[in-house]
Design a binder for this molecule. Structure first.
Ligand SMILES: Nc1ncnc2c1ncn2[C@@H]1O[C@H](COP(=O)(O)OP(=O)(O)O)[C@@H](O)[C@H]1O
Ligand SMILES: C=C(OP(=O)(O)O)C(=O)O
Ligand SMILES: [Ca+2]
Ligand SMILES: [Mn+2]
Length: 622
């Protein structure tokens, strides 16, 4: 009788195990049957060659020896493809004799397995997410960011007081780059992701992320736009490359370095080097800075904002500093999500830069934020959360590691995401100001000059944990609601925003997602359900036709009533029991606005000098 595995004749024993035997002679063969080979690229060597070039030292003649696939994979291992090297070259150092395995664009399942093999800190939670730790740094380190100042960037970029761009020179950049590369090339394996930024096909940017940690690769898989198999085949050379050697420290004695953490950007080389921090947000926000450089050169405005669209095609932008409500408020069950954090506004409308969302999840509740809650499942990265050791249920209230706990998931995990993530010109531009002083109204309608005044001021709070060293909400002025990420002077972005808002007739709003009834510590955070009702009234048009009154000092137009919101909270004076303290705090804040704006007073906003005058007059009067 012919056996199912063909050719081999077996005889009937009186054996109870009468099922057909598996098509394997050995246990290894059996294991190899478990996994069906994935379709590989037509020309397997081509991405490896471009990766080898990426990982090459600038000082040595050729790059490291690269092999595809996991060194641990004994079964069905991909065929090693050695990088082409001139055969006559004699290895200059031991490091060039050694192989580094490249794990290229792995799937989430593969990255889970890699993460478990790599760190004791990676676990599956009860809903299937990958919980992990980012190490000593659990927020961004803006004081450790350096940008190469050369002849071009010296003229182009915003430098000096208030600017996020702290200079370094080209030579120190390549020294740090070499340090990162030597570290990465010393490892047995590195993870490489080739992905895209920007859903606008005409302005798509190709990015490569090289990292030592599987969780970083999964994070970027979720956060950037994922290429199809065909797009990977023709990917070619990336437009921008991140070398994430965050597990390895920077040299504190090097020029321009002040700590062992260093985030280095060279716009000329189109590269970013990360040393001494594993906080994943550093990569996504670093790339955002690059987009803030590249896009305005093409007449496209880059925005630190969330974005969603109503059923009628009405688009809203939500500008806000980290942790002040972009993700929470743009994720709205009644609207289509275009993106939660980074967008472009071009002549064609809006487009999301990213392929995923990065939600703060401290105190996350299923009831208040159901869509984010449900997105935390297999494939999602959970950074720095605490969970029950046995049930693996996450305790979202636990701040023992940080208050900046985060979930990163692909945008498709939100059921009403709009794919591709593009939309028409915005109708409403909402500025989220998280007021730690508790004196700004929950909502005000702004005219264009006021919108520009508040956009340039960027008054809000840095919330606990989002930046290194911040322990409680701290009042700040962050130009364009994202000063840490912009590259040019704020008035360049403001002029573009004014032009676009005017051209497309968008209305500006100031929404306080912070405190009410007293400053932080005395009053309380405005309730999320009320903020949602306010946002609903903006979207529906209800607030365009409402009755308004003007506040003293700031001259803000506030509505007298909104469906579902207690009317008395709309004017903040009503929520303070100590009226004298309210007035004093209001004047104090107005003074801070005035001081902050002084540096901008000498700049013209765009070509319109009458708009500049109106903007200067749109601040507080006292
Ligand atoms: N009134 C409010 N409006 C918006 N967010 C609020 C409000 N009250 C509390 N929050 C909380 O503030 C945080 C906002 O974070 P998130 O939306 O992720 O910020 P961003 O996307 O701007 O970085 C969430 O944890 C949210 O639950
Ligand atoms: C990730 C960050 O912020 P956001 O919540 O705005 O994405 C950050 O500031 O590190
Ligand atoms: Ca090796
Ligand atoms: Mn966010």
């Amino acid at each position: 009788m012919a056996s199912p595995n063909g050719g081999v004749t077996t005889y009937d024993y009186d054996d109870s195990d009468s099922a057909a035997p598996v098509r394997a002679q050995t246990i290894e063969e059996l294991h190899s049957l478990q996994r069906k080979a994935a379709t590989t690229t037509k020309d397997g060597a081509s991405p490896l060659q471009s990766i080898s070039a990426s990982l090459a030292s600038l000082a040595r003649e050729y790059g490291p020896n690269l092999v595809k696939g996991d060194p641990e994979a004994k079964v069905a291992a991909p065929v090693p493809v050695k990088h082409q090297q001139p055969s006559a070259i004699i290895a200059a150092s031991d490091s060039s004799l050694k192989f580094t395995h490249v794990l290229y664009n792995l799937s989430p399942a593969e990255l889970y397995e890699q993460a478990f093999g790599q760190k004791k800190s990676s676990f599956i939670t009860s809903t299937g997410a990958l919980a992990t730790l980012s190490g000593a740094k659990t927020g961004r380190s803006p004081r450790d960011k350096r940008v190469v100042k050369d002849e071009t960037t010296e003229k182009e970029l915003w430098w000096g007081k208030g600017s996020p761009n702290i200079e370094m020179d080209e030579r120190q950049f390549v020294i740090n780059r070499e340090r990162a590369l030597d570290y990465l090339n010393s490892l047995d394996k590195v993870y490489v992701n080739d992905q895209f930024l920007n859903w606008d096909p005409e302005n798509r940017i190709k990015v490569r992320i090289i990292t030592s940690r599987a969780y970083h690769a999964l994070f970027m898989h979720n956060m950037c736009i994922r290429p199809t198999e065909e797009e990977l085949e023709t990917f070619g050379t990336p437009d921008f490359t991140i070398y994430n050697a965050g597990e390895f420290p920077a040299n504190r004695y090097a020029n321009y370095m002040t700590s062992s953490t260093s985030i280095n950007i060279s716009l000329a080389r189109r590269e970013m080097v990360i040393l001494g921090t594993q906080y994943a947000g550093e990569m996504k926000k670093g790339l955002f800075g690059v987009m803030h450089y590249l896009m305005p050169k093409r007449g496209i405005l880059s925005l630190h904002s969330g974005c969603n669209m109503g059923k009628e095609g009405d688009v809203a932008l939500f500008f806000g500093l980290s942790g002040t409500g972009k993700t929470t408020l743009s994720t709205d069950h009644n609207r289509l999500l275009i993106g939660d954090d980074e967008h472009c506004w071009s002549d064609n409308g809006v487009s999301n830069i990213e392929g995923g969302c990065y939600a703060k999840c401290i105190d996350l509740s299923q009831e208040k934020e159901p869509d984010i809650w449900n997105a935390i499942k297999f494939g999602t990265v959970l950074e720095n959360v605490v969970f029950n050791e046995r049930t693996r249920e996450v305790d979202y209230a636990d701040k023992s590691i940080t208050e900046n706990t985060r979930a990163a998931y692909p945008i498709e995990f939100i059921p009403n995401a709009l794919i591709p993530c593009v939309g028409p010109h915005p109708k409403n531009v909402i500025l989220l100001a998280c007021d730690a002083y508790g004196v700004l109204p929950p909502v005000s309608k702004l005219n264009l000059a006021q919108t520009m005044y508040h956009f340039i001021s960027g008054y809000t709070a840095i919330v606990a944990g989002t930046e290194d060293g911040i322990k409680e909400p701290t009042a700040t002025f962050s130009a364009c609601f994202g000063a840490a990420f912009i590259m040019y002077h704020p008035t360049k972005y403001a002029a573009m925003l004014a032009e676009k808002m005017q051209k497309y007739g968008a209305t500006g709003w100031l929404v306080n997602t912070g405190w009410s009834g007293g400053r932080y510590g005395v009053g309380s955070r405005i309730k999320l359900p009320y903020t949602r009702k306010i946002i609903d009234a903006i979207h529906s048009g209800e607030l365009l036709t409402a009755n308004y009154k003007k506040t003293e000092v700031f001259g803000l137009e506030i509505p007298t009533g909104i469906d579902g919101v207690p009317s008395e909270i709309l004017d903040p004076v009503n929520t303070w029991t100590d009226k004298a303290a309210y007035k004093e705090t209001l004047l104090k804040l107005a003074g801070l606005f005035k001081n902050n704006f002084e540096v901008f007073a000498s700049y013209k906003i765009g070509d319109d000098s009458s708009l500049t005058d109106q903007i200067l007059a749109a601040g507080p009067n006292f």
